[in-house]
Design a binder for this molecule. Structure first.
Ligand code: FUL
Length: 629
């Protein structure tokens, strides 16, 4: 009996120790993604579309008092949106079903401020329905952006608004099939129409929305959806702290479940965070999120879009690229052209994986087992991987390319089901018999791409130089992307020369930074008390003005003006109001703010700051210019 016991245990020991096929996979390292997060991450690239009443008033945020009668896109066609998205290789579309204006793109039975009171399709239309159908037809997933802030609702700020908000959410999550992502934007509270009250309403973003119970509703109605929320309780995904289209080169998909999340954490993640909260990079194909005709010539160029690609998908993030729907209800032809050109360039760059035919050898293979061997990282199967013994946290894989080949991109993917492990790695190439480092990086995560000047080599060595735990690599790619030439920026035709301008009422030479054409230099106007703060400029002669442009200090967030008036004068004594309004969303998206108004003559202008993002009476300017007729 005892002999038999020893024989059996001895055999089992032999099996686990020496029989490679029995070797166990590594234990997960730290937090790991949920199935929903994994499915979402695999989507990689998907679309945002912004459309609301403010599409028709040229604003980024509607105030909530825009007449629903102005909402009348004469050629609205969700199939066109879906076709563009599909052709661009996107996997889904997230629609702003209700933006901050409160206007609903579906005929909610809880709201009057919706498409049902617009002339569009005689008030019988439903854009969410149209898009749900189009997505189905084109094999795309559907997501919704339901703004928690509602500048139309009289209830906003009171407890009953939460019931209203949840009723709307219930409609959306019940009536339109599967929803892959629910987007709760963080902008909240402030001025608005609020059912006619026209006042400022502040809410406590941590407590007012009672996110816990709203999340329960989402989980119950759409168990497969991921939640994005940059304004309240942590959701399944995180904002990256900027709308410019990039996440940190170091990007951990981890965050802490509670506590503050400053910019650094959003942008780089938290190495030892206690929860899996991966990064979604959201940016618009134009400077603004909503359509403005004056941005038709400002659609991002191919080099800009490629840069965004490498700084998002290439850095362990997904890319959520926005199309501002135009007044016809379509993705504008310039945007379509730009995104298709971009998609084609990415496709061409990653068409041939030189690692695919290589012979891969690793410095260490877990238990010497075939199922953990280096070749698993080049077999085109995301579920198989190369991994090492538990005690090994630095290891390399050498790829023999079978001859000399030219390349300028290196791609690596971790098998994130087992967590994110790699802290640092490098890539070397064997050239003329010598190993030379061509690139290095920090984190990898779901996918990391490194770009470097093209090299010609016979072998490539990928070395993990630091990891939290034994590395688990599911994919390696080596590519030769064609060079893309950068196009020079086209300057605004209507800008006038500013060399004869004088900034009045100050001796500060730095004031002229706002006229120097360099967005990197700014002027923070010395504070002399409370808002308003005036910037008075002598234009040197009488000009026919039709608008102005303001670029806030790019060293965010100092002196970013959110509410303004623009006065004009012929004699610096009598002033006439030419324009006034708000620069919505300037903090998250500090791009050129362009305003056009009915032509007026001016020799002097007074740009008056009424409010800024920090409520601290500061006014700052990187650039200021006028638009002439
Ligand atoms: C921001 C919003 O305030 C913008 O208007 C836009 O919807 C963007 C995606 O999120 O925070």
């Amino acid at each position: 009996m005892i002999r038999r016991f020893f024989l059996v245990t001895g055999f089992l020991f032999f099996l686990t120790r020496y029989c490679p096929a029995q070797m166990a996979a590594p234990e997960p390292c730290g937090p790991v993604p949920t199935e929903n997060q994994l499915r979402w991450q695999d989507m990689e690239f998907y679309a945002f579309v912004h459309l609301s009443v403010n599409t028709f008033t040229d604003q980024e945020w509607g105030n909530g008092d825009e007449d629903p009668k102005i909402f009348n896109p004469d050629k609205l066609d969700c199939r066109q949106w879906a076709r563009v998205a599909r052709d661009a290789g996107m996997k889904g579309i997230i629609l702003t079903v209700k933006h901050h204006s409160g206007f609903c793109l579906w005929p909610s039975k809880y709201a009057e401020y919706s498409v049902k009171n617009s002339p569009w399709r005689g008030g019988k239309g439903d854009i969410v329905r149209d898009l749900a159908n189009a997505c189905k037809e084109y094999g795309l997933k559907l997501g919704i952006y339901l703004s928690p802030w509602d500048r139309n609702s009289a209830m906003y700020g009171r407890p009953e608004y939460i019931t209203y908000f949840r009723n709307q959410l219930r409609e959306l999550l019940t009536n339109y099939g599967d929803i892959f992502e629910v987007w709760f934007d963080g902008a909240n509270g402030g001025t608005g129409y609020y059912g006619g009250a026209r006042e400022t309403r502040q809410i406590d973003r941590r407590t007012y929305y009672d996110w816990k119970n709203t999340y329960k509703l989402v989980r119950k109605l759409q168990p497969g959806a991921v939640i994005w929320n940059d304004g309240g309780d942590r959701g399944d995904l995180r904002w990256v702290g900027t709308e410019a289209g990039n996440v940190g080169e170091t990007n951990w998909s981890l965050l802490n479940a509670t506590g503050d999340v400053p910019y650094n954490m959003l942008h780089f993640g938290v190495e030892n965070g206690d929860s899996w909260v991966p990064a979604e990079v959201n940016t618009s194909i134009r400077p603004g999120w909503f359509y403005h005709e004056y941005e038709d010539s400002r659609v991002k160029s191919l080099p800009q879009l490629l840069d965004i690609y490498y700084s998002s998908e290439g850095r362990n993030g997904t890319l959520l690229l926005n199309f501002p729907i135009d007044r016809h209800g379509l993705i504008h032809e310039n945007d379509e052209k730009a995104v298709l050109e971009f998609a084609e360039a990415v496709k061409t760059a990653f068409a041939v994986n030189l690692a695919g035919k290589a012979i891969a050898v690793a410095s260490n293979v877990r238990g010497g087992a075939k199922k953990f061997a280096a070749e698993n990282a080049i077999d085109g199967n995301k579920e198989s991987y190369w991994t090492t013994d538990d005690s090994v946290t630095t290891a390399s894989m050498t790829l023999d390319l079978g001859g000399s080949a030219t390349f300028n991109r290196f791609e690596a993917q971790e098998y994130i089901r087992l967590g994110q492990r790699v802290r640092a790695f490098k890539v070397e190439a064997l050239m003329g018999g010598e190993w030379k480092e061509v690139a290095k990086g920090t984190t990898i995560g779901y996918k990391r791409i490194l770009c470097f000047p093209a090299v010609k080599a016979t072998q490539v060595r990928f070395t993990i130089t630091d990891a939290k735990s034994c590395p688990v690599i599911s994919n390696i790619g080596i590519f030769n992307a064609p060079q893309v030439l950068t196009t020079p920026e086209i300057s605004e035709q209507s800008d006038i020369k500013r060399k004869d301008w004088k900034i009045l009422g100050t001796d500060d030479e730095k004031a002229y930074n706002l006229l120097d054409g360099d967005p990197a230099t700014a002027w923070q106007q010395p504070r002399e008390g409370k808002m308003p703060v005036d910037l008075v400029i002598d234009l040197g002669k009488v000009e026919d003005l039709a608008g102005f442009r303001y670029l806030p200090d790019q060293g965010r967030p100092a002196g970013m003006i959110t509410s303004y008036q623009l006065y004009v004068s012929l004699d610096n004594r009598e002033w006439k109001l030419a324009d006034g309004g708000e620069f919505s969303n300037i903090l998250n998206n500090p791009v050129w703010q362009i305003r056009k108004f009915s032509p007026v003559q001016a020799h002097y202008i007074k740009f008056r700051a009424l409010k800024n993002t920090q409520n601290d009476d500061a006014a700052g300017y990187a650039e200021f210019n006028v638009i002439t007729q």
